[in-house]
Design a protein around this ligand. Structure first.
Ligand SMILES: Cc1cc2nc3c(=O)[nH]c(=O)nc-3n(C[C@H](O)[C@H](O)[C@H](O)COP(=O)(O)OP(=O)(O)OC[C@H]3O[C@@H](n4cnc5c(N)ncnc54)[C@H](O)[C@@H]3O)c2cc1C
Length: 393
C-alpha cells in the first residue's frame, strides 16, 4: 500500500507533489481533470503572441521575500506593480480608492476637510476597508464611505457574488480597501512580481521530476472509492496510502451534504487592430450591466515582448458555478456565508474519518487564498505529510 495520489495541478497540488517526490523520495501520481497543468494560474500565448492568463489576471504579491526566492527557482520574475482603474459616473478613478479618487469624486475643494479628517482618524493605517469608513461614526467620513459603497461597491459586489453585501461574509468585504494616501498601486504588498514568460512554466518545472507522473484529462473522482467498512481509500481498486486532494471537497464526497456555492466567470475576448485599448491594464466597471472588469493582457508584459499592433481585452461576466453549464464549469471563488461554512465543516469531518486525506488549497479548504498564502499553506501541510511518510518507513 504505497500509492500517493495528488489530485490537482494548481499551486497546492504541484508544490506538494514536488516536495513529496524530492524530499521524501516517494513516487507521486498527479491527476488533473483539465487538459493542462497550473489550475487557475494557467497561461498561454495566443495566436498573436499575447500572453493570456486564461482564468483571470494574477499578480504575485507578498510581504514574504522567501516566496519570491522560492518561485525564482522555477521562473524568471520581474517586478511589476499592478495598476487598476474603475469607471464610475463616466470617469476613470484609481483603484484602490485613494486620496486622488476622493478628490475626483467629491471635488478638490470639498476634499480638503475630508483628507484632514481621514489622516487624523486613520493615522498609521495604510489601507482601510471601505465599510470601516461607513461605520466610522464621523458624518463626513461616513458620507464618503457610503458614496463609495453605493456607487462602486454594492453594484460590483452584487454582480461578483450574486448577493447583496449584507449577505456576504465580512472577510470578503474587508478585501476592498481605501488607501490612506495617494498610493495608486492596486496592491500594497512589499514584493510584487510577474513571471517573464508566464506562470505555466513554473508548473511545468515543478512537476518535472523523475518521481512524478502527471495524468491530464482525468477526473480523479471516477477512480477514487471509499471503503467505509475498512476505512480505506482506493484508486482504481488499489489501496491509497495518502490522498492529497485539492479539488472541490463536496464533490469528493458525492455532494452528500449539498453543493458548496462558488462563483464562476464567463470570460469573453475582444480583439482590436490597435496597439492599446484600455487606459490601464485592468479597468473595473461597477456600474455596467453584467460584467465586472476587463483586462488588457498585453499591458501586463508591455515592454518585454508584446509590442504588436493588435490588442485584446478579456471581460469577466460572473455567474453561479454550475458544472452542467459550459460557461460556468470552473469554480473560481468560494461563496462564504454562514450556511456554506456550516456545510463545509460537515465535509471536513467526513474527510477526517479516513486519516489519510490531506485537503489543501482554495477548493478543498473552501477559502479564498492568494498565491502567497496558498504557497505558504502548502509548505505547512508538507510538514505533516513528511512526518507521516517518514514515520511509515
Ligand atoms: C480570477 C482570479 C484572480 C486571482 N488573482 C490573484 C492575484 O492577483 N494574486 C494572487 O496572489 N492570487 C490570485 N488568485 C488566487 C489564486 O488563483 C489561487 O491562490 C491559486 O490558484 C490556488 O491554487 P490551488 O492549487 O489551491 O487551486 P486551483 O488552481 O484551482 O487548482 C485546483 C486544480 O485541481 C483540479 N481538480 C479539481 N477537481 C479535480 C478532480 N476531481 N480530478 C482531477 N483534478 C481536479 C482543477 O482542475 C485544478 O487544476 C486569483 C484567483 C482568481 C479566481
Amino acid at each position: 500500500m504505497d500509492r500517493i495520489i495528488v489530485v490537482g495541478t494548481g499551486f497546492s497540488g504541484s508544490i506538494l507533489a514536488r516536495r513529496i517526490a524530492e524530499e521524501c523520495g516517494r513516487r507521486v501520481e498527479v491527476i488533473e481533470k483539465r487538459s493542462h497543468i497550473g489550475g487557475n494560474m494557467y497561461d498561454e500565448y495566443d495566436r498573436h503572441g499575447i500572453l493570456v492568463q486564461r482564468y483571470g489576471p494574477h499578480f504575485l504579491n507578498t510581504n514574504k521575500y522567501w516566496i519570491i526566492e522560492y518561485l525564482s527557482g522555477y521562473a524568471d520574475l520581474y517586478p511589476h506593480d499592478a495598476h487598476l482603474l474603475s469607471f464610475i459616473d463616466g470617469e476613470y478613478v484609481q483603484l484602490p480608492f485613494n486620496f486622488r479618487t476622493l478628490q475626483q469624486l467629491v471635488g478638490a475643494k470639498r476634499s480638503e476637510r475630508l483628507l484632514e479628517k481621514l489622516r487624523t482618524r486613520f493615522a498609521g493605517r495604510d489601507r482601510v476597508p471601505v465599510f470601516e469608513l461607513v461605520d466610522s461614526g464621523d458624518a463626513d467620513i461616513s458620507e464618503y464611505g457610503t458614496l463609495l459603497f453605493e456607487k462602486a461597491y454594492r453594484t460590483y459586489t452584487a454582480k461578483q457574488w450574486g448577493l447583496q453585501p449584507e449577505e456576504i461574509d465580512r472577510s470578503v468585504l474587508e478585501r476592498v480597501p481605501m488607501a490612506m494616501s495617494f498610493d495608486a498601486r492596486y496592491l500594497n504588498k512589499d514584493f510584487q512580481y510577474l513571471p517573464k514568460k508566464g506562470y505555466a512554466g513554473i508548473f511545468r518545472r515543478l512537476l518535472s521530476h523523475e518521481n512524478i507522473t502527471v495524468t491530464l484529462n482525468t477526473d480523479a473522482l471516477a477512480h477514487i472509492r471509499f471503503d467505509d467498512e475498512n476505512n480505506m481509500i482506493t484508486y482504481d481498486g488499489e489501496a491509497v496510502e495518502l490522498l492529497v486532494f485539492t479539488g472541490n471537497i463536496d464533490e469528493l464526497f458525492g455532494l452528500k451534504y449539498g453543493r458548496l456555492p462558488y462563483r464562476s466567470l464567463d470570460i469573453r475576448y475582444t480583439y482590436e487592430n490597435v496597439r492599446s485599448i484600455l487606459p490601464e491594464e485592468i479597468v473595473s466597471y461597477p456600474q455596467a450591466p453584467g460584467y465586472t472588469r476587463s483586462t488588457e493582457y498585453k499591458k501586463l508584459t508591455y515592454g518585454l515582448d508584446q509590442d504588436i499592433p493588435v490588442s485584446m481585452i478579456a471581460t469577466e461576466y460572473p455567474l453561479e458555478y454550475d458544472p452542467s453549464d459550459e460557461r460556468a464549469i470552473i469554480p473560481y471563488y468560494p461563496v462564504l456565508t454562514e450556511a456554506s461554512r456550516r456545510m463545509y465543516s460537515k465535509y471536513v469531518e467526513e474527510a477526517e474519518r479516513y486519516g489519510n486525506i490531506v485537503l489543501c488549497g482554495r477548493l478543498a479548504e473552501f477559502r479564498y487564498y492568494n498565491m502567497d498564502v496558498c504557497i505558504e499553506h502548502a509548505f505547512e501541510k508538507f510538514k505533516d505529510i513528511s512526518y507521516r511518510l517518514n514515520r511509515a518507513k
